[in-house]
Design a protein around this ligand. Structure first.
Ligand code: HEM
Length: 146
């Protein structure tokens, strides 16, 4: 990801943040329309889940220029996702739903360069999460031993 990508992501995410609950709801509508089999994986309240998703995207966006801090968080997140029943192929479905939602939410502000910057970010996030999915998180391993 280039510094220009990071600037585009931050400025476009700032436009989405005031409508975060609606953007999250639209994202899950898009996701379940793309693959209805994903719906049963989500067992909690979708409003709460939407909040957690937007908070996590916001921290990733905030830490973009500090990969040393961001990558361990993403690897742990990916490891927890194994326990939610998430499979590697689901990452592409989620990425497509995310880009579609950003396009709907941002309208004309979703320029080709902004699209490409988000696609690059999602590539980093999903690769790091899937790397983490290969290794159980440290704390969970300790908890199992205890
Ligand atoms: C950009 C990638 C993703 C991010 C930032 C993300 C973020 C999160 C966060 C913050 C949570 C809250 C629980 C926790 O922190 O462990 C969560 C839970 C969950 N995520 Fe993700 N996720 C991503 C990708 C995916 C994918 C690809 C799937 C596949 C369908 C998925 C399905 C789930 C499920 C099923 C839960 C648990 C929901 C529940 O407790 O009912 N996520 N996700």
């Amino acid at each position: 990801m280039t510094p220009a990508d990071i600037t585009l992501i931050r400025s476009s995410f700032a436009l989405v943040q005031p409508i975060a609950p609606q953007a999250a709801a639209l994202f899950y509508d898009n996701l379940f329309a793309a693959d209805p089999q994903l719906r049963p994986l989500f067992q909690g309240s979708m409003a709460h889940q939407g909040e957690r998703l937007m908070t996590m995207i916001a921290s990733a966006v905030g830490l973009l220029d500090r990969p040393d801090a961001l990558l361990p968080v993403l690897r742990n997140l990916g490891a927890r996702h194994v326990g939610y029943g998430v499979l590697p192929r689901h990452y592409d479905t989620v990425g497509a739903a995310l880009l579609k939602t950003l396009g709907q939410g941002l309208g004309e502000a979703f320029t080709p360069a902004t699209h490409d910057a988000w696609a690059a970010l999602y590539g980093v996030v999903s690769r790091s999460m899937q790397e983490g999915a290969q290794t159980p998180p440290q704390l969970e391993r300790l908890a199992v031993v205890a």
